[in-house]
Design a protein around this ligand. Sequence first.
Ligand SMILES: Nc1ncnc2c1ncn2[C@@H]1O[C@H](COP(=O)(O)OP(=O)(O)O)[C@@H](O)[C@H]1O
Ligand SMILES: [Mg+2]
Length: 358
Amino acid sequence: MRSPQPLGMTAAAFHGLDLLATAVVLLDGELRVRYANPAAESVLAVSAKSILEHPFSTLFTDSASLEELLRHAMREERGFADPDLILTRLGQEPLHLNCLVSPVEIFGPGLLLELRPIDQRLRIEREEQRLAQHMANRELIRNLAHEIKNPLGGLRGSAQLLEGELDRPELREYTQVIIKEADRLQTLLDRLLTPHRPPTHVPMNIHEVCERVRSLILAEFPRGIRVLRDYDVSLPEFRGDPEQLIQAVLNVARNAAQAIVGSKKLDGQIALRTRVARHVTLAKRGHGLALELQVVDNGPGIPEEISDRIFHPLVSGREGGSGLGLTLAQTFVQHHQGMIECESQPGRTCFRIVLPLR
Ligand SMILES: Nc1ncnc2c1ncn2[C@@H]1O[C@H](COP(=O)(O)OP(=O)(O)O)[C@@H](O)[C@H]1O
Ligand SMILES: [Mg+2]
């Protein structure tokens, strides 16, 4: 017998786990190891006997963040997946694991960990592919930026001329929106055209970004869309490039607004939600503290046929769309070592941007 007989789990079920090719570790409510199958012994290079009753996270040198993740999963009774969890045993090479954690009832409440080693070669290949794709994207974006610059100058000039002709001063509000936005785009394009220009990081607050995006969306879609704020005001300042982050969030929020308007929905709304996120892995680095910005809309959802490609350049589900909005948003978020992802179904689409805070 490899472990104390668990409650509510038959010997047969345990025998099943023993035979699995996937490494499985069961933890009790105190996060102590109660069972590890042979596959886990081989992945972790330990004998199950030697780790039984030991707190799982203490088996590794970088234990604090793992401990916190597991505690959180335990407390919330909610599992999580980490596609690239890095665990290091003292004096050994770090292990790269695809890790799935699910709450289970076995010895009372506990956690079931499934650990799949990520093949080194596969990982490097994937990374290389991503990089090649990224370079191709940048090239494409640079070309397009060139094309956009000229007509933009024309737009701005015309708006200025128009402003001189307006007899009702209150209408200048609109020409000012055109001029200001043209200027912002101009700055953006200049930036895209400068190869590998690093973002200029200044101390900033995520809520400045949200407020700016909110007013731009309300100006662009004056009817039929509410933009709700749900801010965690305790979020600290961080160093970032406000211009880039405004553009990233605006691209996401504008898509939401366009989807809502396109579906003729009456009570359309977009929520901008900020939260603290702890112990996240971004671009293979663990971060103790991060911020999470969610842009949630109640529109029709992302068309299924493009849902796995929306971040690719030139992928658009809209008549007249450029398919660049999300590509750019992703590039800018990555400039901040962050990540952006999306979950969508009819009636609820949520884009999540996570940025490291330190
Ligand atoms: N919130 C959303 N709701 C529904 N569809 C969305 C949403 N966000 C993005 N999409 C889909 O993703 C596509 C790609 O967006 P994007 O990269 O900004 O390009 P574009 O807006 O130019 O089409 C959109 O055309 C749309 O079909
Ligand atoms: Mg768009």
